[in-house]
Design a protein around this ligand. Structure first.
Ligand SMILES: [Ca+2]
Length: 181
């Protein structure tokens, strides 16, 4: 299933769409205030919600792929796909990347405003350091009207400070996004 969907999403140029589409990684239940930061202790678990945010006005939305990349001592525990039926979705882990791929078999209509995709669970596996979650924008995208791939315009990531407030390394999001491009 994953290969089929990725094939559908690949290699063509996105047609005109009317709004910006973002991937938001949320940890506090509030969209629009990110990037979220949390302080946790080693071995604490962390829940991260993956949202698509943006109005695809006039488009029939039928598939997407989101690649969430962890940076630092975070271990992926598992995830729950939350796309409603009849969306068909798949979640898998490969190294430091969790991929979420989904398609709507009959054209899904436009997700308006926000669309909750999945909850991912991580565990903080070391002390006194910084873990970060971002999105590989070069690989993540969506498709409308059985058309070509549209890439997300940007993402809002998440920061996890492990073992108190003494993290000494806090790279900027601009630097991290540069790594993913
Ligand atoms: Ca938030």
């Amino acid at each position: 299933m994953r290969l089929v969907i990725l094939g559908l999403l690949a290699f063509l140029v996105c047609g005109p769409i009317s709004a910006e589409m973002l991937v938001v990684l949320d940890m506090d239940g509030e969209l629009g205030n990110g990037p979220d930061s949390v302080f946790v202790e080693p071995q604490d678990s962390i829940a991260v919600a993956v949202w698509l945010v943006g109005d695809l006005l006039g488009a029939d939305f039928y598939g997407f792929a989101v690649f969430v990349v962890d940076n630092g001592p975070l271990a992926f525990l598992g995830g729950e796909i939350l796309t409603p039926a009849p969306w068909v979705s798949d979640l898998s882990e490969n190294g430091d990347t969790v991929s979420i791929v989904a398609m709507h078999p009959t054209l899904g209509g436009s997700p308006e405003g926000t669309f909750l995709v999945a909850i991912l669970q991580y565990v903080a596996a070391a002390e006194e350091t910084l873990g970060e979650l971002g999105v590989d924008l070069a690989r993540s995208g969506f498709a409308v009207d059985f058309g070509p791939t549209c890439f997300f315009d940007d993402f809002v990531g998440a920061k996890i400070m492990i073992g108190g407030n003494t993290a000494t390394e806090q790279p900027t999001w601009g630097a991290i996004k540069t790594l993913f491009r």
